[in-house]
Design a protein around this ligand. Structure first.
Ligand code: FAD
Length: 403
């Protein structure tokens, strides 16, 4: 039986980001995925434009907004409806162009349309067993099969908080957001009842897509248990209804649900992960694409050098890989973000509005660095401390769990 250097599971953004970097190395690689890598991705991926610019990939944006705002007021008074201006460009990724760009770089990698059922470790190698009965051996298996991966081992945690959202791309009786505007978070709570305000606030993420078409999405940042799609759908329609806006046509529906606080994987295991499977979603925002693009090149380069040592077993290779993916610096930052998210999940809508309104008073460099996870640990600690010191007492008490 042929022995590959690397077998990648999945063909989503994580699999293709890493495969496109691994393809530059002189390695025998194959991919196994339930969906063909040519099948169009379904999710709408948003990103801060600078994250693509830094990589020279800004041409992959299908839309770009300069007028980027949020609303953290109560929505009742004139003052309570004033937007917070971010003055920082945000964009939507052209999924097809992004996928094709990555696939072009995956030269020489064959993808098998199969679903992995099990992975076993045998004689220092890994063997993937597919539902069809096909068996494939590799020195290292990289699991990029998404958040629901069952092959990556991590500490057991019962309460996994989920980000949930229900959104529609459609035509409306009047514009739900201003022309050429992108709304990161509209936290005005007018449409929520008291119970919802207290225990499960949600916000609107919305954008003008041009041609009288808008994307509006009711989003719960993170909660356990997750808010249901039905609940979010009702809230979205109530929010629109409150503004006297009717939906004339639905062109696309988006149902979003993924974990925000999956524990970090155990490093001593024989499978390496990447993407959702490797807990790489930003624990405070739910974003991941920028991080995949930034972290894939180093991991690919390091794996190629580890694979030059023929005596290394799958477990030794995977453990080395996990150490590159989750070094101490990133692990500590992750812990800080997780602490912050845990506290935010206990906030009612008024405290959340207060928190975010204060957060965006940080300098642009600071809040962008926080949201893209690009601040070195000492700077992240400094920014979080600054945010804490400048926040109102009720937010301070909430952050310290002294409610
Ligand atoms: C609706 C939605 C919207 C999102 N929006 C954003 C956003 O705007 N910006 C952002 O940065 N992040 C966003 N995210 C978060 C994150 O970027 C996505 O979840 C992203 O798709 C995760 O990429 P992935 O490649 O790890 O997993 P997936 O995209 O889930 O891909 C998994 C792949 O593995 C395959 N697979 C699964 N099981 C097996 C198996 N057993 N064997 C073989 N193949 C298998 C699947 O067919 C698929 O190809 C969003 C998430 C969702 C759900």
């Amino acid at each position: 039986m042929e022995i590959l250097d690397i077998l990648i599971l999945g063909s989503g953004p994580a699999a293709l980001c890493l495969a496109s970097e691994l393809a530059k190395q002189d390695l025998k690689i194959k991919g196994v995925s339930t969906k063909s890598p040519n099948e169009k991705w379904e999710n709408t991926y948003g990103i801060w434009a600078s994250e693509l610019e830094e990589l020279g990939l800004e041409s992959l944006l299908s839309h770009r907004w300069c007028e980027t705002v949020s609303f953290f007021g109560n929505g009742e008074t004139k003052k309570g409806n004033i937007p917070t201006k971010h003055n920082y460009d945000y964009g939507l990724i052209n999924q097809e162009a992004f996928q094709n760009e990555l696939l072009k770089k995956c030269k020489g990698i064959e993808w098998l349309n199969e679903t992995a059922k099990d992975i076993i470790e045998k004689n220092n190698l890994s063997e993937v067993i597919c539902f069809s009965g096909l068996k494939i051996k590799a020195r290292l298996v990289i699991d990029a099969s998404g958040h629901k991966s069952k092959f990556v081992k991590r500490p057991i945690q019962k309460k996994i908080a989920q980000q949930a959202a229900y959104g529609i791309v459609g035509k409306f009786s009047s514009p739900p957001v201003n022309k050429e505007q992108f709304v990161l978070m509209d936290f005005r709570p007018n449409h929520l009842n008291n119970e919802e305000k207290l225990s499960s606030p949600s916000f609107l993420y919305a954008m003008d897509l041009g041609d009288e078409t808008f994307f509006v999405e009711e989003t719960s940042l993170a909660s356990y248990p997750a808010l249901s799609q039905d609940n979010l759908k009702k809230r979205l329609f109530k929010r629109l209804d409150n503004k006297g806006i009717k939906v004339n046509e639905i062109l696309h529906e988006e149902n979003c649900l993924f974990p925000m606080n999956l524990p970090l994987p155990i490093k001593k295991q024989f499978v390496l992960g990447f993407g959702g499977a490797a807990s790489m979603v930003h624990p405070a925002s739910g974003y991941m694409i920028g991080s995949l693009l930034r972290r894939a090149p180093l991991l690919a380069e390091k794996l190629a050098s580890f694979l030059k040592e023929p005596h290394l077993s799958s477990q030794e290779l995977a453990t080395k890989g996990w150490n590159v993916l989750w070094p101490n610096e990133l692990t500590r930052r992750h812990k800080l973000y997780q602490y912050g998210l845990q506290r935010l999940m206990s906030f009612d809508e008024s405290r959340l509005r207060s928190f975010f309104s204060n957060f965006f008073k940080l300098s642009t460099k600071e809040w962008v660095g926080f949201l893209t996870n690009t601040l070195p640990l000492p700077k992240l600690i400094y920014v979080m401390s600054k945010m804490f010191i400048n926040s109102p007492l009720k937010v301070k008490l909430g952050m310290l769990n002294l409610n």
